[in-house]
Write a protein that binds this ligand. Structure first.
Ligand code: PLP
Length: 442
């Protein structure tokens, strides 16, 4: 199968509409997970484990919208209950409604360390709020993050580690000053973390250490098993707050999230994605009640005594109700475990295919988060992050080309290198996907 021919002959409607989009939408495609090579697919249907495009092609969906739909795409039992709420109140009123509380209570039920919760509009906003809360609570301004970790697109936390040995995260449109209070570490470098904490102590202290508990990019550079516990100890020693970014892992690696998985309790936890079961305008931050007190009420923020966060659509009934119903449904159906088993089956099957053909690939998973990387990249990545940065170009091309090859065989992935499974991934779906992967690898 010639991949480019397949796109030409099987996807003319997608090509036409996404070509036309270039006239009115910068770059023609807006979602940063939509692949663009050789051109984007226009998706018209999403049901459980499958997607359909404008030309009528169907795909096994291992993108799952970038992670939020652990129950599977477009999950009817949640949709129906959300529709009832919308019929009554519409998507937003600007006033208090019961689903804000129900959501906060649900999160607390499965993650008792999230004593209080503030609903916001996205994972990015939630990270911004966590950083602001940590600064307000500790009175310190420096925040330490791990290089390669993605914490959304705010100026201060933008994806970084561009210049080995420095902590600059300058990018077009982001001035150096924006990250002057952000320090960045090479993945897993606890020695460097300690040095930074010591350095900052001389200047007052560190507000927070923010980590993705599985390691940067949901474990693309997997954290050693004891990493989070060691970071916890260092935070306690130096009086910094530990912030877990559980935008991906929350409710995905288990109902207790990564905190439950690793048995490490953070001070603050950032949520997004699954916290509204895939519905929009959702995300939030929660944790220790004494720290969360810095938020005050939405009104208090304006007084200056508390921090101000949130906006017109924050804590809306749509996303809060969706989150509440989705989380309770995930608990009822044991969705993280079911999706995790599908991830295990997919990983074992991919490993067999890699071994059968002696391919230069590494596959590994944490439950429903499956990583499929070129082994060259992984080796460089794990043992020599500086060299990895220089290899970025080829990796990008490889990702694009593999992503397109998988699509042409009916599989949608995240950037050709990450696969999220969901509760909709039955053994039959996974086995069908594996036979498609076999064709690609052949
Ligand atoms: N943090 C992590 C770990 C993420 O993976 C993401 C998004 O992919 C974010 C934060 C940002 O969340 P959002 O895309 O909802 O702004």
């Amino acid at each position: 199968l010639d991949v480019l021919d397949w796109f030409d002959t099987r996807c003319p409607a997608s090509r036409e509409i996404t070509d036309r989009a270039k006239q009115r939408i910068p770059g023609g495609v807006q979602h940063n997970l939509a692949f663009n090579y050789p051109f984007p697919l226009a998706i018209t249907g999403a049901h459980g484990a499958h997607l359909t495009d404008l030309d009528g092609n169907t795909y096994v969906d291992f993108l799952q919208a970038g992670g939020p739909t652990i129950l599977g795409s477009n999950y009817a039992p949640v949709n129906e209950r959300v529709a009832e709420v919308i019929r009554e109140s519409g998507p937003v009123t600007g006033l208090f409604h019961e689903y804000e509380l129900k959501l906060a209570e649900s999160i607390h039920r499965y993650m008792p360390h999230v004593e209080m919760y503030r609903s916001l509009g996205s994972g990015t906003e939630a990270v911004m709020a966590a950083v602001r809360a940590a600064r307000a609570f500790t009175g310190n301004s420096v925040v330490i993050k791990v290089g390669g970790a993605y914490h959304g697109w705010s100026d201060t936390m933008v994806y970084g580690l561009r210049v080995p040995g420095t902590y600059r995260m300058n990018a077009k449109g982001i001035p150096f000053g924006a990250t002057s209070r952000t320090r960045e570490l090479f993945p897993h470098d606890l020695g460097a973390l300690k040095r930074k904490l010591v350095e900052n102590r001389a200047r007052g202290g560190t507000a927070a250490v923010v980590v993705e508990p599985l390691g940067p990019e949901s474990g693309t550079r997997p954290a050693p098993q004891d990493f989070n516990a060691r970071v916890r100890e260092l935070c306690d020693e130096f009086g910094a707050l530990l912030v877990f970014d559980e935008v991906v892992t929350g409710f995905r690696v288990g109902m207790g999230g990564a905190a439950g998985y690793f048995g490490v309790v953070p001070d603050l936890t950032v949520f997004g994605k699954a916290v509204a079961g895939g519905y929009p305008m959702a995300g939030g931050v929660g944790g220790r009640a004494d720290v969360m007190a810095v938020f005050g009420s939405g009104l208090d923020g304006k007084s200056g005594a508390h921090i101000q966060v949130g906006g017109t659509l924050s804590a809306n009934p749509l996303s809060c109700a969706a989150g509440y119903f989705a989380i309770e449904e995930m608990a009822r159906t044991n969705a993280p475990v079911v999706a995790g088993r599908a991830g295990d089956r997919l990983t074992r099957g991919l490993q067999r295919l890699i071994d059968k053909r002696g391919l230069p690939y590494v596959v590994y998973n944490t439950g429903s988060i499956v990583h499929l990387e070129s082994s060259g990249v992984m080796l460089l990545d794990m043992h020599n992050p500086v060299k990895l940065l220089k290899e970025k170009g080829p990796r990008k091309e490889l990702i694009e080309q593999m992503g397109a090859a998988y699509a042409a065989h009916g599989i949608i992935t995240l950037a050709g290198s990450r696969l999220y499974t969901s509760m909709a991934d039955t053994d039959a779906v996974v086995d069908d996907a594996l036979s498609r992967f076999d064709e690609v690898f052949s």
